[in-house]
Design a protein around this ligand. Structure first.
Ligand SMILES: [Zn+2]
Ligand SMILES: [Zn+2]
Length: 380
C-alpha cells in the first residue's frame, strides 16, 4: 500500500486547525473537505446534514459497504498552544484533535481512491459535524437514512496519554460510557429558623435525597458494573436563621449499558418523587440524555487488532482501557455493528485543555491503520 505524503497530511491538518469552527458551524471545514474529495475524481459526494460530508468510493468489484467516520468540529476554548498555525478565531480551537481525525480520513480516502481497482465493495468516508455538542451530529446522519446499506462503522480518536503512533484497541462491549445529567429543584416552604414547624425544609429533604442516591450504585446496580452517580451541585439558603424555600441539585450519571442506564434513571425518579412527597414538598426534575455508550463488536474488535498490527507493527498495538468520555459515534450502532479505537499522539496534556496538541508523527500510523481496517473488512 502506498500511503499519502506526510506533507499533504500535515498541510491539511494545519489548515483545519487554523480555521477551527464550532459544532454545527463547520461550513468552511466541510467545504475544504468537499473540494479535496472532489479533486480525487472518483468519489461521489452526499450531504446528509448542513455541514456534514460523506464521500462514497465504489470499488471496481461488488461487495460489502463499510464506513469510517471522522468528526470535524472544534471547541469554545481559547487556544494556548503557541503554535504558528493556532486557531485564527481566538474563542474556538481544536482542543480535541478533530483536525487530526479529518486530515487522516482525507488521507485514507486519497489512498483508497487510487486503489479503486483492488477494492471489493463500497467505502463511506463520513466527515461528521458536531460531535462535541449534544444532541450530536451523528444522530442527524443516522436519521437522514443515507447509511442504511452500511455493514460496519469504524472510528478513531487521538489521545495524548498514550505513546505517539501507538494504536489502542478498546474493550469489546462498552468502549466508552453513557453520559446523562439532571437538575433538580426541591420546592419547600420558607420559614423563620426558629419556627421549623411552619416551614418545609428543602435542605433536609435534599440531604436525604443525596444519601438515598448513593444506594443506586451500592445496592441496585450489578456489582462490578462501572456506574457513577455524582451530585456535583447542591445549593440552598443564604442566612443562618432562615429555612430556605428551595434547594437546587445537579448531577452527572455515567453507565456502560442501556439496561443500567434505564435502571439508574428510574431509581433516581422514584427516590426524588417519594422523598419529596414524604415531606410535603414538590419538585421539578429536568433529566437530560446525552450520548449512549460506544459498543465495540467482538468480531470487529478481533479483526481491527490484526489490521492495526499489519499496518503499524505488533509492537505499536496495545489493549487500551475503556474511554471514560462519551462519544456520539455510539449512535451509528443503531445501523450496524461498530468499532472504535484510539491513536496515541501524546504530550500528556488532556483533550479539551487549552494547551492540547498532537504530535504529527502519529498521523501516518493513523492513516495506515484506517486503510488496512477498511480493506480487511471488505476482503473478509
Ligand atoms: Zn472532545
Ligand atoms: Zn473528540
Amino acid at each position: 500500500m502506498k500511503a499519502i505524503s506526510t506533507a499533504d497530511l500535515i498541510k491539511w491538518r494545519r489548515y483545519i486547525h487554523e480555521n477551527a469552527e464550532l459544532s454545527f458551524k463547520e461550513e468552511n471545514t466541510s467545504k475544504y473537505v468537499e473540494d479535496i474529495l472532489k479533486g480525487l475524481g472518483n468519489i461521489e459526494i452526499i450531504k446528509p446534514a448542513k455541514t456534514s460530508i460523506i464521500g462514497i468510493l465504489k470499488g471496481a468489484k461488488p461487495g460489502k459497504a463499510v464506513a469510517f467516520r471522522a468528526d470535524m468540529d472544534a471547541l469554545p476554548i481559547k487556544e494556548e498552544t503557541g503554535l504558528s498555525f493556532a486557531s485564527k478565531d481566538e474563542n474556538v480551537s481544536h482542543a480535541c484533535g478533530h483536525d487530526a481525525h479529518t486530515a487522516m480520513l482525507l488521507a485514507t480516502a486519497t489512498t483508497l481512491s487510487k486503489m479503486k481497482d483492488q477494492i471489493n465493495g463500497t467505502v463511506y468516508f463520513i466527515f461528521q459535524h458536531a460531535e462535541e455538542q449534544a444532541p450530536g451530529g451523528a444522530i442527524d446522519i443516522v436519521k437522514s437514512g443515507v447509511l442504511k446499506n452500511i455493514e460496519a462503522f469504524f472510528g478513531m480518536h487521538v489521545l495524548p496519554n498514550f505513546p505517539v503512533g501507538h494504536v489502542g484497541i478498546l474493550p469489546t462491549g462498552a468502549a466508552s460510557t453513557t453520559s446523562d445529567e439532571f437538575t433538580l429543584s426541591i420546592i419547600g416552604k420558607g420559614s423563620h429558623g426558629s419556627m421549623p414547624h411552619l416551614g418545609i425544609d428543602p435542605i433536609v429533604i435534599g440531604a436525604e435525597i443525596v444519601n438515598a442516591l448513593q444506594t443506586i450504585v451500592s445496592r441496585n446496580v450489578v456489582p462490578g458494573e462501572m456506574t457513577v452517580v455524582t451530585i456535583g451541585k447542591f445549593q440552598s439558603g443564604n442566612a443562618n436563621n432562615v429555612i430556605a424555600d428551595k434547594a437546587e441539585l445537579g448531577a452527572t450519571i455515567r453507565t456502560t449499558s442501556d439496561a443500567t442506564r434505564k435502571l439508574v434513571e428510574s431509581r433516581i425518579k422514584t427516590i426524588v418523587e417519594n422523598l419529596t412527597k414524604a415531606h410535603g414538598a414538590t419538585y421539578e426534575l429536568n433529566y437530560v440524555h446525552n450520548y449512549p455508550a460506544v459498543q465495540n463488536d467482538s468480531a470487529l474488535n478481533i479483526m481491527v487488532k490484526k489490521s492495526a498490527a499489519t499496518a503499524v507493527g505488533q509492537a505499536n498495538v496495545f489493549d487500551a482501557p475503556m474511554m471514560t468520555a462519551s462519544e456520539d459515534f455510539s449512535y451509528y450502532n443503531q445501523v450496524a455493528p461498530q468499532c472504535f479505537l484510539t491513536l496515541g499522539v501524546g504530550n500528556g496534556v488532556a483533550n479539551h485543555n487549552p494547551k492540547f496538541n498532537i504530535d504529527e508523527k502519529a498521523l501516518q500510523n493513523g492513516v495506515k491503520t484506517e486503510v488496512q481496517i477498511i480493506l480487511d473488512f471488505l476482503n473478509r
